[in-house]
Ligand binder design. Structure first.
Ligand SMILES: NC(=O)C1=CN([C@@H]2O[C@H](COP(=O)(O)OP(=O)(O)OC[C@H]3O[C@@H](n4cnc5c(N)ncnc54)[C@H](O)[C@@H]3O)[C@@H](O)[C@H]2O)C=CC1
Ligand SMILES: O=C(O)CCC(=O)C(=O)O
Length: 507
C-alpha cells in the first residue's frame, strides 16, 4: 500500500528508517498505511487491556493502572482485518477510568455507545455557567457539548485531563478550536446530521410568515377571531434568497423549488446549483431580488452583523428575513427598526447572540437588552434554537459523535476532527502480540519526527502516519516487540521531548 500522507515536517526532518528501527537519513519516508479504518473495524469483539497516559503540557495527568481488565462491550459486528485476524480492541485506560461529561442533554444513542465501552459517563440536561464548568471538567477526559457550552481558553486550560471534545451539533464556533489543537485536545462534530431538520423548519417558517400564522395563532390563543387575507401570500412564484449554500442551504433549495419557489443563493464559494437555482454574485444582489432571505452561514468574523441597517435598506420592502444560523449574524436592533418601519413584513429567528443555558423564563432584557422589543413585534416567529431538534437528527448526531469519540479514545484515529489533521492507521489485530500504538501530538517544528523515531528505534515501526495542521502535528505509529515493562520507559522518553504536546500509548 503506498504511503497515504506525509507531513511537511516529516519531509523536512532527516528521518531514521523506521521500518526496521535503524537510523538511515537517506530514507526519508517512514512506512505508513493508507488503509482507512472502518467503523466496523473500530468496534472489535476482542478486548484487551491497554495502557496510556493522559497528558497535559503543563500538568501531571492521570496515571492509569496496569492491572488487567476486560469489558463486556462485545459488538455484533465482528469484522476481519487484511490479515483475516480479528481487530484488537485498544483502550487508553481501564474503562472505568475514562471519565466523560456530557452536557446539554446529549441524545441517549450517544450516551449508550459511550456507556457500552465501560467509560464513566455523567450526563447533564443543561449547560453550566463558566465557573461551575471549570470546576466540573477538572478531571474529565472526554467532554460532550452542544451549541450552548462555551469552551474558551480559560475553560479548556482548567481541564488538565481533557483529550477530546465532541460537539453533538454542526457548529463549532462555541469552542476555541486553535487553543484546543495547540493543547492536544481533538474536537469532533456532526457535520450534517441535523441539516435536513433545519431546512424543514425554514420551509415551515417561510409559509408561516407569508400567511402570518404566528400572529393568527397568538390571537386565537387570546380568544380573538381575526380572519384576514390582506398581506397574506402564497409562496409559489416567490423568490427565496439563500445566504450560504452549504449542507442546509442546498437542502432548502431543493425543498423550496418543490413548492414552486424561485431560488437564488449567495455564497463566498462558487458552488454547483441544484435544480434550477442560481448563484448570484453579491449579497446586495440577493437582498434586492429576494422575497424571503434566509441565512445559513457559519459564525465567523466575516458574518458578524452580516445583516444590519444597510442590508435591511437593500432588501425589498415587504420581504421577510429568516435566521437559523447563529445569533451574531443579524444586528437585532436594526431588525427591530426594519420591522417597525414596515421595511420587512416579518422575520423568523431561531438563534440569538445570548442564549440561556437551560429551559425556563429567560427570554427577557436581562438576556439580551432588546428581547422585549423583539417580542412585541408583529409577524415575528421566535423559536428557542430548535432548528436541529428532531428525534431523527439528535439520534443520528448521538451515534456519529459518540463513535468518533470512541475511535479517538481507543484507537487515536482523528478522521472527522475539525481542528486536527486527519490521521488513521489500520487496526492492530489479535495475531499481533506485543504491539503498541503510539500517539504523539507535538509542535509542528522541524526535527521532531527524527527524535521520536530515535525513541522508537528499539522496536520495529510496522506502520506510521503523520500530518500537520498549523502549529501542531499528529503522529501515530504501531510498533512491535514491545514488552509491557518497556511501555512506561517509551512513554517517559517521548514525554521528555520538548516539542511534545500529548503522548498516548495504546496497547
Ligand atoms: N438552528 C440550528 O439549530 C442549527 C444551526 N446551524 C448553523 O447553520 C450554519 C450552517 O450550517 P451548514 O449549512 O451545515 O454549514 P456548511 O458549512 O455546510 O455551509 C455554510 C456555507 O456558508 C458559506 N459561507 C461562509 N461564509 C460566508 C459568507 N461570508 N458569505 C456567504 N456564504 C458564506 C460557506 O461557503 C458554506 O457553503 C452552521 O454553521 C451553524 O451555525 C446548524 C445546524 C443547526
Ligand atoms: O441543537 C443543538 O444542539 C445545536 C444545533 C446547532 O446549532 C448546530 O448543530 O450547530
Amino acid at each position: 500500500m503506498p504511503v497515504s500522507a506525509l507531513t511537511e515536517n516529516l519531509k523536512r526532518d532527516s528521518q531514521p528508517d523506521v521500518s526496521n528501527g535503524t537510523a538511515s537519513p537517506s530514507r526519508d519516508i517512514p512506512v505508513s498505511s493508507g488503509q482507512s479504518l472502518t467503523r466496523e473495524v473500530s468496534r472489535s469483539l476482542q478486548t484487551r487491556e491497554s495502557f496510556s497516559f493522559g497528558t497535559s503540557p503543563d500538568q501531571q495527568r492521570h496515571r492509569p493502572s496496569l492491572a488487567n481488565t476486560s469489558h463486556g462491550s462485545a459488538s455484533p459486528h465482528l469484522t476481519r482485518t487484511m490479515t483475516g485476524a480479528p481487530p484488537k480492541k485498544l483502550q487508553p485506560f481501564r474503562e472505568q477510568d475514562v471519565k466523560i461529561l456530557l452536557l446539554e442533554n446529549v441524545n441517549k444513542t450517544g450516551q449508550d455507545i459511550l456507556r457500552q465501552q465501560g467509560y464513566q459517563v455523567e450526563a447533564l440536561k443543561s449547560s453550566l455557567p463558566e465557573d461551575q464548568l471549570i470546576e466540573k471538567i477538572k478531571d474529565v477526559h472526554v467532554l460532550g457539548i452542544r451549541s450552548k457550552t462555551k469552551l474558551n481558553a480559560r475553560v479548556l486550560s482548567a481541564a488538565k485531563n481533557l483529550i477530546v471534545v465532541g460537539c453533538f451539533c454542526i457548529g463549532t464556533n462555541q469552542v476555541d478550536l486553535k487553543y484546543a489543537a495547540d493543547h492536544g485536545i481533538c474536537v469532533f462534530n456532526s457535520p450534517f446530521s441535523n441539516s435536513r431538520s433545519v431546512a424543514e423548519l425554514v420551509i415551515a417558517e417561510i409559509i408561516s410568515l407569508a400567511r402570518q400564522l404566528g400572529d393568527r395563532s397568538n390571537e386565537m390563543h387570546a380568544g380573538t377571531w381575526n380572519k384576514v387575507s390582506s398581506k397574506c401570500w402564497e409562496v409559489r412564484g416567490k423568490t427565496l434568497g439563500i445566504v450560504g449554500y452549504g449542507h442546509i442551504g442546498s437542502q432548502l433549495s431543493v425543498l423550496a423549488e418543490s413548492f414552486g419557489m424561485r431560488v437564488i443563493y449567495y455564497d463566498v464559494t462558487n458552488l454547483m446549483a441544484l435544480g434550477t437555482a442560481h448563484q448570484v454574485s453579491s449579497l446586495d444582489e440577493l437582498l434586492k431580488t429576494a422575497d424571503f432571505v434566509t441565512l445559513h452561514v457559519p459564525e465567523i468574523p466575516e458574518t458578524k452583523n452580516m445583516i444590519s441597517e444597510k442590508q435591511f435598506e437593500n432588501m425589498k420592502t415587504g420581504s421577510y428575513l429568516i435566521n437559523a444560523s447563529r445569533g451574531s449574524v443579524v444586528d437585532i436592533p436594526a431588525l427591530i427598526e426594519a420591522s417597525r418601519s414596515g421595511k420587512i413584513a416579518g422575520a423568523a429567528l431561531d438563534v440569538y447572540p445570548s442564549e440561556p443555558a437551560g429551559n425556563g423564563d429567560y427570554f427577557n432584557n436581562e438576556l439580551n437588552s432588546w428581547c422585549e422589543g423583539l417580542r412585541g413585534l408583529k409577524n415575528i416567529i421566535l423559536t428557542p434554537h430548535i432548528g436541529g431538534s428532531t428525534e431523527e437528527a439528535q439520534s443520528a448526531i448521538g451515534i456519529e459523535v459518540a463513535e468518533s469519540l470512541v475511535r479517538y479514545v481507543n484507537e487515536g484515529v482523528t478522521v472527522g476532527a475539525v481542528n486536527m489533521p486527519e490521521v488513521t492507521l489500520r487496526s492492530l489485530t489479535m495475531d499481533e502480540a506485543d504491539h503498541a500504538r503510539v500517539v504523539f501530538i507535538h509542535q509542528n517544528v522541524p526535527g521532531v519526527l527524527g527524535r521520536v523515531n530515535k525513541v522508537l528505534s528499539d522496536h520495529n515501526v510496522d506502520k506510521q502516519m503523520s500530518d500537520s495542521r498549523g502549529d501542531m502535528a499528529y503522529m501515530m505509529a504501531d510498533i512491535s516487540n514491545v514488552r509491557q515493562g518497556e511501555i512506561e520507559t517509551l512513554y517517559k522518553d517521548l514525554e521528555s521531548l520538548k516539542e511534545r504536546i500529548i503522548t498516548r500509548i495504546l496497547y
